[in-house]
Design a protein around this ligand. Sequence first.
Ligand SMILES: [Zn+2]
Length: 310
Amino acid sequence: MLTIGVDIGGTKVAAGVVDEDGKILQETLRPTAADRPDVVAETVADVVRELSAGRDVEAVGVGAAGFIDETRSIVRFAPNLAWREEPLQKKISGLVGLPVVVENDANAMAWGETRFGAGRGQTHVICITVGTGIGGGLVFDGKLFRGRWGMAAELGHMQVVPDGRPCGCGNNGCWEQYASGNALVHDARYLADVQPHRARILLGVAEGKIEGEQVTEAARKGDEASLRAFANIADWLGQGMADLAAVLDPGCFIIGGGVSRAADLFIDRARETFAARLTGRGHRPVAEVRLAELGPWAGVAGAADLARQR
Ligand SMILES: [Zn+2]
């Protein structure tokens, strides 16, 4: 039986028809009207109609970038979309006439990677999505762990520095302010400003605008400041994974998200820091740190599979 997976991000809606093995048979992309909640539901319905034409589709799974309630139907709040207590499940289901399951996008991605990607065969997985911020998903005992209210796995908002850098969530010192793409850019800009002699390559490639892409390019060319910025996020990632392992004892971590495309610049150091800070080190197995395999389509495959298991 086929299901449709939909991934609603801040700028685009990605969707696909997915079979039982997680294979995406057909896919489509649309821009998101981030400020118009009703239009987003309409867009999802359009996409579902397009993908289900001539096919026997059983259900729809939707991954959305927001806080989803424990019944997997209401988006309580979405930082990048105009949703407040949005009954997304009901709206989409009413429009398409199929069963719909709504899930947090990072949870859907974690599920997709565990079922069909880097976590295949694993029962205890912590998925860390390193993009502009940090998202997370937890799979324990072979099941997605949602917490009591559906709000679990907001890994990026663990406070790692008391009174540290301000975060979009309203708190200070959150992990994502030190270990994400935004942190990388923050550190590279700061170093280029205070130690420009170490950032000559970066300043050359950036032409006045330092973003993640420029930091990555400069780091690959040996720029000292850019390499330092990557080392910083690697250390923060490693420390964060050690803390998570102290609480949750996973069999493996999966690192995904946009920043993982530059994994060659930080993953080895992140693994080393993780192993060096792990509590009980030397007397316990060390969880593997793997890279995500499914790329941006993990969320689509995961949401589709969650709809199948509803
Ligand atoms: Zn935060």
